[in-house]
Design a protein around this ligand. Sequence first.
Ligand code: SF4
Ligand code: SF4
Ligand code: SF4
Length: 285
Amino acid sequence: MTKLRGGEGILAQDQKDYVTLRLLVCPGYLSADQLRALADVAEKEGRGSIIITTRKGIQVPWIKFERAKEISAKLEMIGLPPGSCGRKVRAVVACAGTERCPFALFDIDALCSKITQKYYGRMTPTKFKTAVAGCPNSCSNPYINDFGIIGSETPRLIEDSCIRCGSCERLCRGDAITTIEDGLPVIDFDKCIHCGWCITNCPSGAMVADKCGFSITVGGKSGRIPALGLKVVDNVTEEELFKVLDNTFKYFDKFAEGRERIGKIIARRGLDHFKSEVLKDIKVQ
Ligand code: SF4
Ligand code: SF4
Ligand code: SF4
């Protein structure tokens, strides 16, 4: 693995002389060997406990400060680099969908790894959190991250292939489908949440993917004053997604006042201003 630099990953504890090690787990899997090594570190160097964080990271508390760097270097050798702290791009959180979830619309782990390789640890005006979800079920909470990525699929009906079974209307996640008198489904695209479920479940292949890609949300956060991210665009390609991400970092660097999160800039300058800056290189669908 390319060496990932998120920072030292050493967090101060209330207790003088002790620190907690924060480790990156990307895209969210720990091997049995890594777990054994972590258990050894926790027993020999800490107090036998390990913390699993909300961002799928691992923390090992009660490490003597003077031992922290050496232990951290050893854990990096087994694929557990230091976690990101402070004014930087933090760990990207991926949902669990890639291999096992029937709803997954793309390879979530691969995208999470690519984003991590490209941006992890980049300096930003203040912390920047990203989450990747394989479908609009949004299990990794993209709407409460600074940058949310959600797999999206937009359906199109091929009327001649439709056997008028009504499955799509029954299964539609967004109540976006109604059937007209002759049994043909009609999609209300104002309600469609781009989950692709009608496409997956159509028995005759009449519902097809017209557009697919990623929806992007921006400006979400948890914390003391939580906020939901705002939808920026649907169905961008992976190449366009990375352009939007690049432009978002430029926007953040250029317009942040002090240590405000990106959602605060957007609240101050407006979503249209943000879109005009970050979508300028891509064709909006
Ligand atoms: S967000 Fe979608 S793809 Fe990911 S785990 Fe949840 S249901 Fe599955
Ligand atoms: S599920 Fe497919 S075949 Fe059935 S009504 Fe919908 S589009 Fe037609
Ligand atoms: S993509 Fe999802 S929300 Fe949109 S019409 Fe199909 S099932 Fe309904």
